[in-house]
Structures are given as structure tokens and as C-alpha cells.
Design a protein around this ligand. Structure first.
Ligand code: 5AD
Ligand code: SF4
Length: 458
């Protein structure tokens, strides 16, 4: 009987993508995926440590797994991803029932690690090279293939299904070192993949039925700049144009961008590439210049607003979203008001907002003037309430408009779909439709987080 694996993914889309690859690697050594953790012979947590809360969730699930392992002593427990990279072998001390710790750039070694574990090698030995894993860029090695070999194939579709929407990682790591951020520590320095390999992967995914492609990187705007790869000429905009030419893609998206590197070249793509979706996630983090400076962000509020205006001049209908941190060390009431002001000026379609938390190894963890947890909570609530009000207003502006949506889910004609600007639309369909199909709907009602519509035509 084949072995059963349950992979639980925490955190970002990048992690989702890595989980897919791990699933494929495990399938190649006889594991099938199961949806119920209790049924698994191997539980693998692909973890996130971006905020303290994300990490707490991982340790709480590991606590639960301790009990599962008592009931089923043969169970293997693995920790991959950012917490694994950050904590390394310390995890074995804190959670002795863990069998395997797999760093962010080691996951391609999973099959050989499991084999060594089965042969009785100690888990500490197997997981030992976490600290040195950034010295070689295994990301390149995995995706590009070992010397002389063809690039590794694109991943199999999850659970054997053709998925209409696929993520493609175009670069790993980050060189920005924002003072609050653990990512350069957990994912290492920036490494870009070759355009030709990305194009090959996207082509394969589209040939298997993908209709929507999202290109992923911590800061896509610096694609190709830190380790100039042979076939990149003008960086990310060039890559976008190349990918957009692949026949069969209906929608192209990307995330995420750093405001200071947002170039006119990239903005021009919104004019030229018709399948590029008019949605831009542009993390501001704060609206206060003094906080931005302490965060190590390399732009001011003024520059940020200039970029927003410029972007809108290229693509007037573009929907903007952002990330905001409230309660950064030293953030005063006035600083927070500046963030509220930014929200009201840009009128984001949506945002992700978080209470600041100290992360190990980051500069801001050592800053003084930490903000009281209650004040952070009040500021978060205040921000989110205003965002909700603005989102509703923005959504109401869409009522009566006819828009193209892509089907995501169809349950007996009750459909969940998405506009190219990334708004969710619910409607009922008179025709059979499958995920990835496009059709026209007229928006009839706006809620805070989604829209309702009626079917118009295919
Ligand atoms: N505390 C709170 N939020 C954080 N983020 C990153 N690091 C921290 C931290 N230490 C947020 C940022 C980032 C998003 C992915 O997570 O807003 O853009
Ligand atoms: Fe979390 Fe960042 Fe790691 Fe993604 S890269 S899993 S958001 S810590």
C-alpha cells in the first residue's frame, strides 16, 4: 500500500507553490496525498514565520501532532519552510516528536532525506545543513537542473486535477532587509530564474489546462537585477511580455512589488498587454515618513503617492491593494494618522493589515519604544473599519457595470468568479461552466468583500 502524506501550508503563495513541488517530489517516491491529517503516515508542515502569530499556529499544530503520534507511533512529522529555516535544529529540542526539519531551499532533497531516515540515520544529521543552505543557490539547482541536465519538469497538478490558476515562482529570496522582516533571513538572498525556464514551465502548465498564471517573487521589480541571468534584457517587464506571448493564457497576474522599484517600463505593460490584469498589490506598510525610514523602506509617502498617480495615468481602472503594519516601534498617534490619511487618499480596493510583531534576527526587534498591544489592537481595528467602508464604496461604484469574470467554482450553477481587477462575483449560471471559463456578468449588488451579478453572455 502506498504511503500517505498530508501537507499543511501556512503563509504566502510562495509557500503554496513550494508545497506543490514537495507534493510532486513525494509522489515520485510513492506518497499519495490525503486530505485528513489523521489518515497520514507523514505529516509535513510548510511553515511561515512572517509574524509571531503565524509561528504560534505552527507550534500549536505541532503540539496536536504530538498526541497523534502517541496514537500512531509510526507517524513521521516534518517541518519545512520559514520556521524550519529560522529555528533549525532547535525545533528537535522544543518538539522531540519532530522527525525532519527541511529548510526553505532544501526541500528538493526531501526524497533523499526520507530515504536516509528510513535507513535509520538520525534526524539531526539529516537536517544538519540548514545553516549552510544559502551558500549554494539550490533554488537554481532544483529548477534549472544539475549541470548538463534538462531543467526539472514543472510540477504535476495537485491531487491529479487540472487547475485553472497556477503560480509560477520567478525568483527566490529578498535583498531589501526591511528592518521588521524575517524573509531575507528565512529565504536568503535574491535569486532569479532564467526567462527561458519560466517560459517553459508556463507553457507546460497552459498545455495542461491552466488559464490564469500568477508570477511570484518577493520583489518582482528587481527580477534579474541582482544576479543578471543570461537571457534577461530589461528585467521584469521583459519577462511579462515574454510570458504574455504564450498562447492560451487568458489572464496574467504577478505579486509582489516594492514601490521604490516600480518602473515606467512595468507600468507601460498595463497599456500594452491585454491579458495583464488591472490589479496591483503595492505594499505601503505605513503612511508616515519617519516610520518608513525606521522600517528601512526606501521610499517616502510622497514618492509612493507619485507612483500611484503615475500607475493610474497608465491604467485608470487599476485596482490597488496594499499591506500595512500598525504599531511599529515608535509609531505615534500622528504617525498612525498619516497611515489613515494614505488609506483615504489612495482609497485602496482592499488591504492586508497587521499588528507589528518582533521577529528573530530582525533589526526592529531591538528597537525601543515598542507600542502597547492594546494600542496596536485599536489602531488595527480603526484601519480595518475605514478600509471596509472604502471597499464598500469602491464596490458600489461597480454596480450596473458589465464585466468579464473568470469562473473559480461552480456548485450546481451557483458560481464564484473573479473580475480581472480581483473582485469576487457570485452569480447563478444558466449554462454549464467550468473553472477557468470566462463570461460577462452585470453587477447587481455590492457587499464589502464581494459582489453579486447576473449572467449576460459567454
Ligand atoms: N510584523 C507585522 N507584520 C509584518 N509583515 C512583515 N513582517 C512583519 C512583522 N514583523 C507584514 C508586511 C508584509 C506582509 C507580508 O506581512 O506588511 O508586507
Ligand atoms: Fe511567510 Fe514570508 Fe516565508 Fe512566505 S516568505 S512563508 S510570508 S515568512
Amino acid at each position: 500500500m502506498s504511503k500517505r502524506v498530508f501537507i499543511k501550508t501556512f503563509g504566502c503563495q510562495m509557500n503554496e507553490r513550494d508545497s506543490e513541488i514537495m507534493e510532486q517530489l513525494l509522489a515520485s517516491c510513492g506518497y499519495v496525498s490525503v486530505f485528513d491529517m489523521e489518515e497520514a503516515d507523514f505529516v509535513l508542515l510548510n511553515t511561515c514565520s512572517i509574524r509571531a502569530k503565524a509561528e504560534q499556529k505552527v507550534f500549536s499544530l505541532l503540539g496536536q501532532l504530538r498526541k497523534q503520534k502517541i496514537r500512531n507511533p509510526g507517524l513521521l512529522v516534518g517541518v519545512a519552510g520559514c520556521v524550519a529555516q529560522q529555528e533549525g535544529r532547535k525545533i528537535f529540542k522544543r518538539m522531540p516528536h519532530v522527525d525532519l526539519v527541511v529548510g526553505t531551499q532544501q526541500f528538493y532533497q526531501l526524497p533523499s532525506m526520507l530515504m536516509r531516515l528510513e535507513k535509520g540515520e538520525s534526524n539531526r544529521e539529516i537536517s544538519c545543513n540548514l545553516e549552510s543552505s544559502f551558500t549554494i543557490p539550490p533554488f537554481q539547482k532544483y529548477y534549472l537542473g544539475q549541470e548538463g541536465q534538462a531543467p526539472s519538469p514543472a510540477p504535476a497538478d495537485r491531487h491529479g486535477l487540472v487547475e485553472f490558476s497556477k503560480f509560477v515562482t520567478i525568483m527566490q529570496g529578498c535583498n531589501n532587509f526591511c528592518s521588521y522582516c524575517v524573509v531575507p533571513h528565512t529565504r536568503g538572498r535574491e535569486v532569479s530564474r532564467r526567462i527561458s525556464d519560466i517560459v517553459e514551465e508556463v507553457t507546460l502548465l497552459v498545455s495542461r489546462g491552466a488559464k490564469e498564471i500568477t508570477l511570484l517573487g518577493q520583489n518582482v521589480n528587481s527580477y534579474g537585477s541582482t544576479n543578471p541571468v543570461a537571457d534577461t534584457t530589461t528585467g521584469f517587464a521583459d519577462l511579462l511580455r515574454r510570458v504574455a506571448e504564450i498562447p492560451g493564457i487568458k489572464r496574467l497576474r504577478f505579486t509582489s512589488s516594492n514601490p521604490q522599484d516600480l518602473s515606467a517600463c512595468l507600468m507601460q505593460c498595463f497599456k500594452d498587454i491585454d491579458i495583464l490584469c488591472p490589479h496591483f498589490h503595492l505594499p505601503a506598510q505605513s503612511g508616515s515618513n519617519s516610520v518608513l525610514k525606521k522600517m528601512g523602506r526606501k521610499y517616502t509617502r510622497e514618492l509612493y503617492l507619485e507612483k500611484v498617480e503615475e500607475l493610474r495615468s497608465y491604467c485608470p481602472e487599476i485596482a490597488l491593494s496594499t499591506d500595512i503594519i500598525v504599531g511599529f516601534p515608535g509609531e505615534s498617534d500622528q504617525d498612525f494618522e498619516q497611515t489613515m490619511g494614505l488609506l483615504r487618499t489612495v482609497r485602496y480596493h482592499g488591504s492586508f493589515s497587521f499588528k507589528y510583531s518582533d521577529r528573530p534576527g530582525t533589526r526592529s526587534a531591538d528597537f525601543d519604544q515598542k507600542v502597547d498591544e492594546n494600542i496596536k489592537g485599536e489602531r488595527l481595528q480603526c484601519f480595518q473599519k475605514e478600509q471596509d467602508r472604502i471597499s464598500l464604496e469602491r464596490n458600489q461604484e461597480m454596480v450596473d457595470r458589465t464585466m468579464e469574470v473568470m469562473i473559480e467554482h461552480n456548485q450546481d450553477g451557483t458560481i464564484k468568479s473573479r473580475t480581472s481587477s480581483n473582485h469576487i462575483v457570485h452569480f447563478t449560471s444558466p449554462l454549464p461552466m467550468v473553472p477557468g471559463d470566462l463570461c460577462q456578468v452585470r453587477i447587481t449588488h455590492a457587499g464589502m468583500h464581494s459582489l453579486n451579478g447576473e449572467y449576460c453572455s459567454m
